[in-house]
Design a protein around this ligand. Structure first.
Ligand SMILES: [Zn+2]
Length: 478
């Protein structure tokens, strides 16, 4: 692998961009720092992978990351924004202030060993099917590298690592955003495990997550049904209405629901029913239009059934505001580092997973993809990083930690995240994000250009968190 990277460096050393990167001793120092701490970062990631704690129960996961930051000399504040598993680790002082986010929550029920065939590590337990074990440790590795350059007097300003819990449920970042914890940042960075390497230029979907409840009146279903008012009738009328609405929304809208309570037995008129629903669209304004109609459908359904309805918003994400200027800076650093080279064993591991899951056996994609045009409508999926991107310019990386043609949020991603395939993606993320932070600290013009693009895209919109008052309730550990 080393030989290949050296050959790559020789091949591109004639371009001025590459020479500039090579000549930047702070970037070289960042790369060396990540190499120096690599075993510790892998260890942190593997610990979080094994804990596999789900949203807001990431007690051990946040502790190992916060403890490590503290041991490295960061000032650590734990339990921010009313969430015991959220924390901030900061080093340095004054401007600029550059932030980097790390996640560490797992998904329920997809526990898996680091092997290419299905076998749970602990039956029924959680698993890192979105690679957040790598996300947290990788971002912290980049922050530590910058801190060491500050300590050496080479970089001036403040580096701040955000330990952001519960991405997979309530969106911990939104609670931190509402507290104003991102307001003084110049730029924020993040990355996400993926099946390819790219400086991201794509948005994500805006969404709202809410509960609709119907309350009726119980009665004997045979003896006196005329005295009853069925909450399930209300629920059925509601879902009928939603499914009629589907024909009259834009193609970018997605609506999905799960029925959480729908009566207990047939011979009692059910007095309670509950449906959990999400509405998504490419922009928050689109989500709000559809959500307004869904609220009316709930009222109408309640009238049909003679019951009461209630809607409770649980959370909501903004769409991600792309920052191409920031992505361009990250792209140069990715190109300097060059592709990830995999061993034959790693490729065989990936192909085995693809074979087991019935996908095309393409192996792993370690190439650095060129910057893509920003699509008008993002691919399906939402993230609470979207909210942060409306407060501060956001630079996002995606890096390969698993093969394509397999189910994301599935056991195969867990398997790869607990072995060298995942580790290699994490190390690339730590280096490329660390190098990009060097650019951001050193280059005032770059910060200005990034800010100008951000202001133009934000167009004066004032961020408002889409969450209920107070801290999120802590769910029972799964
Ligand atoms: Zn994720």
């Amino acid at each position: 692998m080393k030989l290949f990277i050296m050959a790559m460096c020789v091949a591109i050393s004639f371009s001025t961009a590459a020479q500039k990167q090579k000549g930047n001793t702070n970037k070289q120092a960042v790369i060396l720092s990540v190499d120096k701490h690599q075993a510790e970062l892998v260890n942190l990631s593997d610990q979080v992978w094994a804990f596999a704690e789900t949203a807001l129960n990431e007690h051990q996961s946040s502790k190992v990351l916060a403890d490590y930051a503290e041991a490295q000399g960061f000032k650590v504040t734990r339990g921010v924004a009313g969430m015991p598993t959220a924390f901030i680790a900061e080093y340095g002082s004054g401007k600029p202030v550059i932030g980097i986010m790390g996640e560490y929550d797992a998904l329920p029920g997809i526990s898996q060993k680091a092997q290419p065939t299905r076998d749970p590590l602990a039956e029924g337990a959680g698993g890192h099917g979105c690679g957040h074990n790598l996300f947290g440790a990788g971002s912290l590795g980049a922050a530590v590298a910058i801190k060491e350059q500050m300590q050496a007097g080479k970089i001036k300003g403040t580096i701040r690592f955000y330990g952001t819990p519960a991405e997979e449920s309530v969106g911990g970042k939104i609670y931190m955003a509402r507290e104003g914890l991102f307001n003084d940042l110049d730029v924020c960075l993040d990355w996400h495990p993926d099946t390819e390497i790219a400086a991201s230029t794509q948005s994500s979907q805006a969404m709202v997550d809410f509960i609709v409840e119907f309350k009726g009146k119980a009665a004997h279903a045979a003896a006196d049904p005329w005295n009853g008012r069925s909450a399930v009738d209300g629920l059925e009328a509601f879902t009928d209405g939603v499914n009629m609405l589907r024909e009259h929304v834009r193609p970018s809208v997605r609506m999905h629901y799960a029925i959480k309570a729908g009566g207990d037995v047939p011979n009692v008129v059910p007095e309670y029913a509950k449906v959990w629903m999400w509405v998504r669209d490419s922009k928050r304004s689109g989500v709000e239009d559809v959500f307004a109609r869904v609220k009316e459908i709930a009222q109408g359904a309640a009238m049909i059934a003679g019951v009461e309805s209630k809607i409770t918003i649980q959370t909501g994400d903004y769409e991600l505001l792309v920052n191409r200027k920031g992505a361009e800076a990250l792209q140069k650093n990715l190109e300097f580092l060059g592709p990830i080279v995999y061993t034959p064993e790693e490729i065989a591991f990936a192909k085995k997973i693809q074979e087991v899951q019935g996908g095309k056996q393409t192996g792993l994609d370690g190439t650095i993809h060129a910057l893509k045009e920003t699509a008008e409508h993002p691919a399906g999926g939402s993230t609470d990083v979207g909210d942060i991107s409306w407060i501060v310019p956001e630079v996002t990386l995606v890096a390969t930690t698993a093969p394509a043609n397999t189910a994301w949020h599935g056991w195969s991603v867990v398997a790869c995240g607990g072995m060298s395939i995942g580790h290699k993606g994490m190390v690339l993320a730590a280096k490329s994000l660390g190098m990009t932070m060097v650019d951001l600290f050193e280059n005032e013009q770059l910060r200005k250009d990034i800010r100008a693009e951000f202001e133009q895209r934000r167009a004066g919109h004032v961020y408002k968190a889409y969450i209920p008052a107070g801290p999120p309730p802590i769910p029972t550990a799964k």
